[in-house]
Design a protein. Structure first.
Length: 300
């Protein structure tokens, strides 16, 4: 029963948000704004953005793996990129499915046991969340946007907790725990390095999103977009969205002082759809090979 609830939760939340939006805002007005916006130029931009994002993510994940594996067991950079790209295709369908496939692929390709593979994915999930919150903290602290007062202490608290774990857990003696063993083996230097790499990924995606908004017809200043996008990224990183739709649409409405809600929702729907298409184009060619690797336990 609990498993079914965890699988259904993102769909329920996404459905509830869509119902709320449809009741509060005019769907016909949103469709009209979608028709007025420039959509086709966003396709190549999304492709470029998410291939660049994959380059950063694969670099960060491989940095983590370098702390866990000897050189002869370490997947190549391109191998990690293929595995991540394929897993994200399934991630679009369901958060847990994508993470589960990536964990299984890493275990089969590297020889990590189930506990270690689970610990690795848990480490990466927290690193992604921590880096988003750290990026949000830096941009909000510098840009001073008019975000709700609770946002800065929330993202700062999450960032400090995860950075603190990266710094402190390696000093403990929990080698027997598959989950904590990952933190100890990765260590402080690699842990901080992979967080810094993920910050570059977020800078890439937030800047590209501002450019996409400009091309679509939203006149939002760069400083405002960079200040609010980390908040949107934090919500988007939570497992309560399906294919990029759900609670994240509510976060996009933070930008309403600079454009109408209908226009912002129109852009968010178009950009999420184009982004999902880019992620599928990026990862689908590798999906069959990754699933074959899982079945065969193949290594580079």
């Amino acid at each position: 029963m609990r498993t079914w609830l965890s699988w259904l939760a993102p769909y329920v939340v996404a459905g509830a948000v869509i119902v709320f939006i449809s009741q509060r805002y005019s769907i016909s007005a949103i469709r009209a704004e979608m028709a007025k916006g420039q959509t086709l130029p966003l396709v190549p931009l999304a492709l470029l953005t998410y291939f660049a994002s994959l380059a950063w993510v694969a670099f960060a994940d491989r940095t983590v793996l370098r702390g866990l594996l000897p050189a002869d067991q370490l997947p190549s950079y391109f191998g990690v990129a293929k595995g991540k790209a394929a897993a994200v295709v399934l991630h679009i369908v369901h958060y847990a499915l994508g993470q589960g496939i990536y964990a299984t692929w890493v275990a089969r390709r590297t020889g990590l046991n189930v506990g270690q593979a689970g610990g690795l994915i848990f480490y990466i999930i927290l690193a992604e969340l921590g880096s988003v919150c750290l990026y949000a903290t830096l941009v909000i602290a510098i840009g001073r946007p008019a975000v709700p007062a609770a946002v800065l202490p929330t993202v700062l608290g999450i960032a400090l907790a995860i950075v603190g774990a990266v710094l402190l857990v390696p000093a403990t003696r929990f080698e027997r725990s598959g989950f904590l063993q990952i933190w100890i083996k990765v260590g402080r230097a690699r842990g901080l390095a992979q967080l810094a790499i993920r910050l570059c990924q977020h800078a890439t995606t937030t800047t590209a999103t501002w450019l996409a908004a400009r091309w679509f017809g939203l006149d939002i200043p760069l400083g405002v977009m960079l200040s609010y996008m980390p908040v949107i990224l934090v919500v988007a990183s939570l497992p309560i969205n399906v294919a990029g739709f759900g609670a994240v649409q509510g976060a996009w409405l933070l930008l309403t002082p600079w454009a109408s809600a209908e226009r912002i929702l129109a852009f968010s729907v178009v950009w999420q759809a184009v982004s999902a298409l880019a992620l599928i184009v990026r990862g689908l060619p590798f999906l069959r090979g990754v699933l074959a690797d899982i079945r065969a336990g193949r290594r580079d």
